[in-house]
Write a protein that binds this ligand. Structure first.
Ligand code: XMP
Length: 520
């Protein structure tokens, strides 16, 4: 379904496969302009349906001089819309509009000093005459197309920006979307606001309102279900849908017995008492423990947990009459069509399911009200919807829960051990409000290792707990957090004193890569 029925003024970003394409979408949204990223070969009649107010062409790994270089639908150029080409996008404009390009003997990569030659150009208003930009290109425009003028240069790139003010078509060889480009946001804002005349009036409040209206229109009188995990995505999706259709939505919250201390109770209370969602709580601890008994292999544990979850969800869903739709908290990075230029493969939509496998197995329509949002925008939507801070700012927590933080086979006792240790780690770090930066995620892991210790006058032979605290932007890469020694000492002392069966604590000082965040 489309999450928004009436579209705000949109900038369509045609993706030529640059690493930074999503960043362009982000920068546009930061300028409060709604943006959508589409594959570069989206036909003009599809682009037109979005009623765009401007087009941005991204960078890409190919050369426009190659015989089968990814091109641009002529309809885009004929549309009269303002266009900004970035890197490959600029070269494509130059090529298609009659400019001249040459391959560089040496690629220009990294920071460069941009000198603006046309400081009255609307693209560079407010940009310093000289500033740092980020370059990454192998070809260069050596003569702008007819009607265009060169607007800027760097020491190694004689034409680093071109523009035709009358036709509102511009190109920049550098990457305005990356933070290493000093005035990058100014260039993008100039293009969107001044040149394209798109008002920066897109905000989360209006997004939420439009999305609610869209859900209401889509669902009609049907019943809808949603699996709540306690995480921010499903919580925001469910709350938004419930604002649209009230009691037609039933949420199912499965307590797997693999959650942290008091978590299941708190999550359920927040959904029922604060957000007033109608939630069926299923206590399934025994079922999950039975499925996990004696299973040591991490993948097998994950698979079993996933299957059990789906089985329980299906059983509960069958009890609710007239269900036609399932709500999923899918986010934008998961649905962006990623197509490598030059590949002959058809479009592939990556669709991530919070509850893996459900949509394929169940004959429901999907409602994905967050499918156009990035993670931090989901948190902003959560705030607009009045979700409690504890949910909006909740740390990521793996679907299989504490089962992947008890290495090897897990049983009730080992889960309780890691739960207690985890409680100490999280409460000590949460209580240290002077940490800068605050770790992005932190938890305890119970290892299968035992070692010798001494407590009182007696020998112990007990478990090793590892503490993991990381800094990260998105969990894709991570560094271990440099926690103060005094804090680590408090955590360690409390764990060995307060958690039965643990006599040693280690701190994980591995980054990702090569390690992962979770141990399993
Ligand atoms: P890894 O261990 O892959 O974790 O470096 C990266 C981030 O993802 C979280 N994680 C999961 N989240 N379901 C989830 O929703 C999962 O199965 C899962 N496994 C790992 C992990 O906590 C970290 O933030």
């Amino acid at each position: 379904m489309a999450a928004v029925s009436t579209r705000p003024a949109t900038v369509v970003i045609l993706d030529y496969g640059a690493q930074y394409s999503q960043l362009i979408a982000r920068r546009a949204r930061e300028a409060r302009v709604y943006s959508e990223l589409l594959p570069y070969d989206t036909p003009w009649n599809e682009i037109e349906k979005r009623r765009p107010g401007a087009i941005i062409l991204t960078g890409g790994p190919e050369s426009t001089l190659a015989p089968d270089a990814p091109g641009l639908d002529p309809g885009v150029l004929a549309s009269g819309l303002p266009i900004l080409g970035i890197c490959y996008g600029m070269q494509l404009l130059a090529r298609d509009l009659g400019g001249e390009l040459v391959p560089l003997a040496h690629r220009e990569f990294g920071p460069a000093q941009l000198c603006v030659d046309a400081n009255d150009s609307s693209l560079f208003l407010g940009v310093a005459p000289e500033s740092r930009v980020w370059m990454s290109h192998g070809d260069s425009v050596v003569a702008p197309p007819p009607g265009f003028v060169a607007l800027a240069h760097t020491s190694r790139c004689a034409i680093a920006a071109i523009g035709d003010e009358a036709r509102r078509i511009f190109g920049v060889q550098f990457h305005p979307e990356v933070v290493h480009t000093d005035y990058g946001s100014a260039v993008i804002e100039n293009f969107l606001h001044r040149i394209a005349g798109i008002a920066g009036d897109w905000d989360m409040g209006s997004f939420v309102e439009t999305a609610i209206a869209g859900v209401r229109a889509e669902v009609g009188a049907a019943s809808v279900i949603c699996a709540l995990s306690g995480g921010v995505d499903s919580a925001v999706a469910a709350t938004l849908v419930s604002r649209a259709i009230g009691k037609q939505l039933t949420c199912i919250f499965v307590d797997t017995g693999l959650m942290r201390k008091d978590e299941a109770r708190n999550v359920l209370a927040a959904f029922r008492d604060v957000l007033h969602l109608s939630v069926i709580g299923v206590d399934a601890e025994e079922r999950f423990l039975a499925r996990l008994a004696g299973i040591e292999d991490p993948e097998e544990k994950r698979i079993r947990i996933g299957h059990e979850f789906i089985a329980i969800f299906e059983e509960e869903a069958k009890k609710i009459p007239g269900v036609k739709f399932l709500v999923q908290g899918t986010l934008y990075p998961d649905v962006i069509e990623s197509k490598t230029p030059g590949s002959k493969a058809g479009h592939k939509i990556k669709s991530h399911h919070n509850v893996g496998g459900l949509p394929e197995r169940m004959d429901f329509g999907l409602i994905e009200p967050l499918r156009l949002l990035f993670k931090d925008e989901v948190r902003a939507a959560g705030r607009v919807l009045g979700l409690p801070k504890a949910i909006v700012e909740r740390q990521p927590f793996p679907g299989p829960g504490l089962a992947v933080r008890v290495l090897g086979a897990c049983d009730r006792e080992r889960l309780e051990t890691v739960r207690r240790a985890d409680w100490i780690v999280t409460s000590e770090i949460d209580a240290s409000d002077d940490l800068a930066p605050k770790p992005w995620q932190y938890f305890a892991v119970l290892t299968p290792l035992r070692s010798v210790g001494v407590m009182g006058d007696g020998r112990t032979y007990a478990n090793l707990v590892a503490v993991r605290a990381i800094t990260s932007e998105d969990g894709m890469t991570a560094d271990w957090a440099r926690l103060p020694h005094a804090l680590l000492e408090r955590i360690s002392t409390r764990i060995v004193n307060e958690v039965p069966g643990v006599n040693r604590v280690a701190y994980d000082i591995t980054s990702k890569p090569p390690a992962t965040v979770e141990w399993e």
